[in-house]
Write a protein that binds this ligand. Structure first.
Ligand code: ADP
Length: 164
């Protein structure tokens, strides 16, 4: 059985992330979506727990997609879950250069146990990132093209809470 780890900050999860999860879940037996976060970074829109519960809700009907969160190193999280493969999504050459470096580092610090497989973003999601979503949302524009309806709903709820 081949388990893969798909790590990210998912702040919030976008249709681009979901496209990668969808592709990976068709290629491998199990995809573990890992919300990795730095406990020292406090000022995020959604807390790590909120991000996890959002993603869990989106994939509640999928048996081969699990969601976890951790503050540990990505390679350690992969090994803790018996996975030797990290999945990354590539949108452009900037992602490529960054992920190429990360793949080497992760292989190195895991004593060659962990390899990275990159999947290409579909063209409609090449410009989608969590930061773009947050910026468009901040400008009070519609984010429906970039996130699923459930995530948009949660973003609106969160904003209401912040300003109440
Ligand atoms: P971001 O890069 O948007 O801040 P993350 O850190 O959560 O998001 O990214 C996790 C992984 O998902 C990375 O490998 C990133 O390159 C990939 N990814 C992010 N957005 C997309 C997208 N629109 N299409 C494909 N892959 C993506």
């Amino acid at each position: 059985m081949t388990k893969v780890l798909y790590p990210g900050s998912f702040e919030p999860i976008t249709k681009g992330h979901m496209d990668i999860i969808d592709k990976a879940s068709k290629m491998f037996d199990e995809v573990i979506v890992a919300v990795l976060h730095n406990p020292k970074k406090q000022n995020s829109f959604f807390t790590p727990d909120e991000r996890v519960s959002l993603i869990k809700d989106l994939y509640k009907d999928y048996d081969n997609i699990k969601v976890i969160s951790s503050t540990n190193a990505c390679v350690d999280v992969a090994l803790e879950h018996n996975s030797q493969i990290i999945i990354k999504g590539l949108r452009n050459t900037v992602d490529f250069e960054y992920e190429r470096e990360m793949a080497e580092i992760n292989k190195d610090i895991s004593n060659n146990k962990i390899n990275t497989i990159c999947l290409f973003a579909d063209k409609e999601y090449q410009f989608v990132s969590s930061s773009v979503v947050k910026e468009v949302f901040r400008l009070d524009k519609d984010v429906s093209k970039y996130v699923p309806p459930f995530v948009k709903e949660k973003m609106l709820e969160k904003r209401k809470k912040i300003y109440e």
